[in-house]
Each structure stands twice: as structure tokens, then as C-alpha cells.
Design a protein around this ligand. Sequence first.
Ligand code: NAD
Length: 293
Amino acid sequence: MTARILNGKELAETVRAEVKAGVSAFVALRGRAPGLDVVIVGEDPASVVYTRNKEKAALEVGMRGKLHKLAGDTTEVDLLALVAQLNADPHVDGILVQLPLPSHIDAEKVTRAIAPHKDVDGFHPTNAGLLAIGRADKALVPCTPRGCMKLIALSGVPLAGARAVIVGRSNIVGKPVAQLLLAQSATVTIAHSRTRDLPAVCREADVLVAAVGRPELVRGDWIKPGAVVIDVGINRVDDPQNPGKTRLVGDVAFAEASQHAGFITPVPGGVGPLTIACLLENTLLAARARVEI
Ligand code: NAD
């Protein structure tokens, strides 16, 4: 079997176009654009690129986007003061504080300080709790997990009663993906670093989501024939074809897995592009919900 590719780049374009249309309608109705404020503390190169892309993406769909660049030695008190200011600002619909934060700042405290209805990352305990009690409709759901669900939906494979295995139990990917799959009536297993016989657990999966951060951990013979494989991992490794250069690989050995899976996401071009698209979607949802309050 050769798997069909679930093209995240194309799907993200569709989502962005839908958000753009939604933003136009919002502006026509409310006389202002939804606003996304992104906060970065310090100069971590990957975070600088991510935050710049988020601001740019917001502007491209007609939102107001603003990047707050704070020095690496910004105190927790000053960061919390900015969050409080953004919470109170009626023009701000979405607030995102880029993680990781420098070690002198308590990231959990900052996450809790963001007003839940502006928490477009969906990491606030209120949003995580709403998801856990099956009220994703009332929550802002984390962006990468939302993207995973859109890609699974693209496969057309029914989830009710399907066996789903998520490898990874992080609060930002593994756990919320598990909740979303459970909400669709899949039978969900969360595997992690202490799981015994991970290959055997993975072989049971009709839907396999890998969110581990270990290059090509999931091998071809771990995949149930015909399964939907969603690879969240983004790992930079040396490129044996180009000495001295690096390349991106996922948590799944793509070439091998493609021989067994029914559907598979590539890296890059799979889950990655959907994360920002879903952030824009969350910002529009947050703006609409705030107006309804
Ligand atoms: P994390 O480090 O917070 O969590 C990794 C999880 O994998 C942990 O729960 C751990 O128990 C599990 N794990 C580690 N080693 C394992 C092993 N050998 N066997 C089984 N499980 C193991 O990571 P995260 O933030 O959830 O991110 C996971 C990956 O997804 C990373 O590569 C990250 O870069 C990527 N990511 C991509 C996007 C995107 O937009 N595409 C967004 C977030 C994260």
C-alpha cells in the first residue's frame, strides 16, 4: 500500500481563506478588525521566527496584529502587567505569549493570567478544563490539536469506535488531541515515554498521532495497514545527502510508514501550516464570542 498524503499546506490555505472571509464580515458588522497580540520575551531564534509569522499571518487575513518584543531580562511582574493591560484592552481579542519563556519567569503563572476568553493558544486551565468535560464548543482549543483533527477529517475515516493512539502526553499537543478524539467517540490510548512495547500499542491504531519530538521514532512496521498517521513532530537533523546541511523530519519514518498507512501527513507541509491557520481561526472565534457576551 502507498499512503495518500494529507496536504496540510493546501488545507491551511483553505482555512486562512475562510478566516479572511469571516474577518471581512466581522469588520462590516462591528466596524473594527479582530486583534491578535503576540508577546515574545528574549531572542530565541525559533521563537522570533514563529512570532513574526503569527503577526504577519494575522495581517494577511485582515486582522489587527501586533508583536510585543520584550527584552530577555524582562521581569515576571512587567510581563504580567502587559498581560493585564491586553486583557483590559477592548481592541485585543487574542493574546498569545510565546513559549518557552526565560527560566526566571513562571510560564504557568503567565498562562493563568491571560483572560480565558482571549487565550487563543488554549492553554489556560479554564480552556483545558472545558475541553476535558466535553465542552470544546465553549473553549478555545489549542491550535496544533485543532489542526490534527482537521487533517484526520480530511482523510474521511470515521472516528466513532476507531482505535486512536497518541504518542506523547504534553499539555499542548498529546492531551488535547486525546480529548478531541474522545469527543468524536474514538477509543483513545495515550502512549508516552514509559509505555511498554510501544510498537505493539501503535499497531492497534486506526488513527496514530505522533507528538514526541524524537526523529523518526515511529517505524513502518508499527503502522496498522490502512491507518491514518498524523505526524506532529518537527525535528532538525543532519542531512546525509548534503554534508554540513540539516533537514526537517517528523516523529514518523515517513518513507517506511507510507508503505503501510492509508493516509499520512508529511513533514514539513503537514500539521505545521495548520497551527498558524488555527490560531487565526481561534482569534476570529474569540472576537465573535466576546461580542456575544
Ligand atoms: P513534549 O516534549 O512536551 O512532549 C513529548 C512527549 O513525548 C512526552 O509526553 C513524552 O512522554 C513523550 N515521549 C518522549 N520520548 C518518548 C519515547 N521514546 N517513546 C514514547 N513517548 C515518548 O513535546 P510537544 O511539545 O508535545 O511536541 C512534540 C513534537 O511536536 C516536537 O517535535 C515539537 O517540535 C512538535 N510540535 C509541532 C507543532 C506544529 O505546529 N507542528 C506544534 C507543537 C509541537
